[in-house]
Write a protein that binds this ligand. Structure first.
Ligand code: GAL
Length: 748
């Protein structure tokens, strides 16, 4: 049977690469993967620090199980331009930093000790996508995803494509196209057995077929009692394959789901039902470790999008992301727009060839994920290129005729070679465009943008971002405008049935090159900060979710007399999914206010806006009068479901330290996020609390990044990473004005 083993431990890492060193293990730092070649400060660093070669080496012994079998290493990804050597001999080179590759060890293994050397090169080689121009994100060097040891029979299962052609019919079917690997070119014959089972349930169907070639298709007709995969009920099935030949046995299991996904000129449909796509773009970056974060952190991002931000779609801008992230999207019902690596720049022939290969690798890796609904086969925001994009589209359709293609552009009148015109629409706030008086046009007209008058499928893939960078610790008025811009676009998209949906720019702030961002190497474009702590705009999304899942009641204010120009808090936006809210100012009678359907008629849950339509300035007092406590209560079905008290005299009362989880796994670099927030006497964030906290951790693990943090905007965050030993981790957070807080984690 096949062995698949984690191969992440005990690598020796060092700066630089010397070809002569591939023959013997050199001294260096012992590390576990996923690994970032350089751990960067939070901001203000030099991104060229990691733009150079690095070496990873690992010694391992021959094992009896290797005898007569195919032995390889599967790299889930390494950034970038990897070259793998076994016992001094080069065995594979892989340029792309985002897709997996398999290094075949078999012919060069020795009976005894073996040495793997991996050279990676973080310099931005202009021959490799996305490099060659300026890029608004960082491509952190390192073997930043998992590596697996694979031991299989000489004839084995290389891949399988699972199709569910008539998912909406009462009797459904499955076609499994199975691809075999036979690197030694052995003659063989045998049997392939396949079983479909429901995840966590019983068998659904079984079939078997004789095989003697490298490709075979199995069909399972007339399947009944099958549940569809949907965003609210993401039912997964698995296909288990077993290959038996005279060279041995091999097995492979892949998950899949039954669903249809279609972009039409009248909007997107999931399983034949219209569904307005509402989501955000996600980079795969984290503070300090860059791309090198493992399973838990990847999964958590998907959970945040789905459960905290009430999104139903994410775009993996601008490259294929971790399989842990995409698998989680399958499990929780979060739709995915996945695209090839690139950013504005198209390189020469070799570069384009590599990019076309990226299309192949992305699709062959990910074609069984029910969450993925479209392939992005253009370099994000590049110019038209007829020959190049004809080929990326042709290849995508050949490999996977079951999904449509998109290609993200910002140019108008671009040649439509894809199935869906996917557009980054940055018109809101753009005062330079003729006719856009005060920059208040919300979205461009589809026909004007595309130059195509016939109805075509259309999606907005980005908006806001650099048009209105906003920090979590920015002043209230700027944040209110940030919120408003997100709401305006969500409303316009919701109201236009020609638009399938949108993904805003973007989920969280990210480190970037000096040519972008706020000068400190951060693009403050997120609705969350880099620790995934929400800005107020996050609640523009969160409040669109169902109150039965999560009641949202978030006033867009710091509740102070003199924070805003002129003073006071009007107009007061309350982001909420309640039916109505009651706002009380001091002793004045409560005002009941309903969602603002006048200005946001299409949103599932318009914000409540308290302004001069319902109060007089006197009621809230003016400059020079006493400031009073506010109370905001949200009602659902006539019942009060949440109340916030906003004190007139906020003082520091609690240092809240919350970890996403208290159980960690040993030997996985398992990392859990911790968020620290300074709260007032009523539990509200103190937006201008900026004092230091000192972190310490006892036990088998470490704090990623520094152990001294200054709260910004009243909060900070960090990740705790478990080491290889089991035991307890004791985190302590000390500060001047609060009691010391501690949290105990179990590592098992
Ligand atoms: C887009 C680009 C994104 C990001 C964004 C900022 O042009 O696709 O990667 O840079 O602008 O708003």
């Amino acid at each position: 049977m096949r062995i698949t083993e984690n191969f992440n431990g005990n690598w020796v890492f060092r700066d630089g690469f010397e070809p002569v060193h591939v023959h013997a293990l050199q001294p260096g730092e012992t590390v576990r993967l996923p690994h970032s070649a350089v751990e960067l400060p939070y901001n203000y660093f030099d991104e060229t620090d990691y733009q150079k070669p690095f070496t990873y080496q690992k010694r391992f012994d021959w094992r009896p199980e290797f005898e007569g079998r195919e032995v390889s290493l599967v790299f889930d990804a390494a950034m970038a331009d990897s070259v793998v050597y076994l016992n001094g001999q080069e065995i594979i080179a892989h340029k792309d930093g985002y897709t997996p590759f398999e290094a075949r060890l078999t012919p060069h293994l020795t009976h005894g000790e073996n040495l793997i050397t991996v050279k990676i090169d973080g310099s931005e080689n202009p021959e490799i996508p996305p490099f060659g121009g300026q890029i608004d994100y960082l491509c952190y060097a390192g073997i930043y995803r998992d590596v697996w040891l694979k031991v299989a029979s000489p004839v084995s299962i290389a891949n399988v494509k699972i199709e569910t052609p008539d998912a909406l019919a009462e009797k459904k079917s499955v076609i499994a196209r199975v691809f075999l690997a036979n690197p030694q070119g052995q003659a063989f014959s045998g049997t392939l057995t396949a079983k479909i089972h429901r995840k966590g349930g019983g068998d659904v169907a079984a079939s078997s077929i004789k095989v003697d070639g490298n490709e075979v298709a199995l069909t399972f007709p007339d399947l009944t009692d099958i549940e569809l995969w949907d965003i609210d009920n993401p039912v997964l099935y698995a296909l288990s394959l077993k290959l038996e030949t005279e060279h041995g046995e091999d097995v492979l299991t892949q998950r899949f789901g039954f669903r249809t996904a279609l972009f039409t000129p009248e909007g997107f449909q999931l399983n034949g039902r219209p569904l307005k796509l509402r989501g955000l773009n996600r980079h795969q970056a984290f503070p300090h470790t860059g791309y090198a974060m493992g399973r838990r952190a990847q999964e958590k991002d998907a959970d945040i999008l789905k459960y905290e931000l009430a999104c139903n779609v994410v775009r993996t801008s601008h490259y294929p992301q971790s399989k842990w992230f995409i698998e989680r999207c399958d499990e929780i019902g979060l739709l995915v727009f996945e695209e090839i690596p690139g950013w504005q720049h198209i390189g020469g022939q070799a570069w384009q060839k590599e990019s076309i290969e990226n299309v192949r690798r992305m699709i062959e890796r990910d074609w069984n994920h029910p969450s993925i609904i479209i392939w992005g086969v253009r370099i994000n925001e590049s110019q038209d290129n007829h020959a190049f994009y004809t080929e990326t589209n042709r290849l995508a359709r050949e490999l996977d005729p079951t999904r449509q293609t998109g290609g993200v552009r910002f140019i108008t009148n671009s040649e439509l070679l894809e199935d869906v015109y996917t557009m980054n629409d940055f018109i809101l706030g753009n005062e330079e465009l003729p006719g856009n008086n005060r920059g208040r046009v919300v979205l461009r007209d589809r026909v004007e943008t595309t130059g195509i008058s016939r109805p075509i499928p259309y999606m907005i893939t980005e908006y806001n971002g650099h048009m209105y960078p906003t920090k979590r610790f920015d002043q209230e008025q700027r944040q209110a405008e940030h919120v408003t811009r997100h709401l305006l676009i969500l409303n316009a998209v919701a109201g236009d049935q020609d638009i399938s949906g949108s993904t805003g720019w973007c989920m969280f702030d990210y480190n970037t090159h000096k040519d972008f961002g706020a000068g400190d190497r951060i693009c403050y474009h997120g609705v969350l900060d880099m620790y995934r702590i929400p800005k107020l705009a996050a609640y523009a999304y969160a409040s669109q979710g169902d109150p039965r899942d999560n009641v949202v009641l978030q006033p867009v204010t710091f509740w102070a007399r003199g924070e805003r120009n002129i003073g006071g808090v009007l107009p007061l936006i309350v982001l909420t999914n309640c039916d109505y809210v009651e706002v009380k100012f001091g002793e004045w009678p409560a005002k009941r206010i309903y969602p603002d359907r006048e200005n946001y008629p299409h949103l599932p849950h318009p914000p409540v806006v308290l302004d001069l339509r319902s109060v007089t300035p006197e009621e809230f007092g003016t400059w020079g009068r006493v400031w009073r406590e506010g109370t905001i209560t949200g009602y659902v079905d006539g019942e009060p479901v949440k109340t916030l008290t906003l004190p007139a005299d906020p003082v520091p009362a609690t240092l809240e330290v919350i970890a996403d989880d208290l159980e960690l796994r040993a030997s996985e670099k398992d990392a859990v996020r911790v968020v620290v927030r300074a709260l007032d006497q009523c539990g509200n964030l103190l937006p201008y609390f900026e004092e230091p906290v000192i972190l310490s951790l006892a036990g088998p693990g470490r704090i990623i990044g520094p152990s001294e943090h200054t709260l910004k905007g009243g909060a900070t965050g960090f990740w705790i990473e478990a080491g290889d030993a089991k035991g307890k981790l004791e985190l302590t957070v000390k500060s001047r004005r609060f009691d010391t807080q501690s949290i105990t984690f179990t590592v098992s």
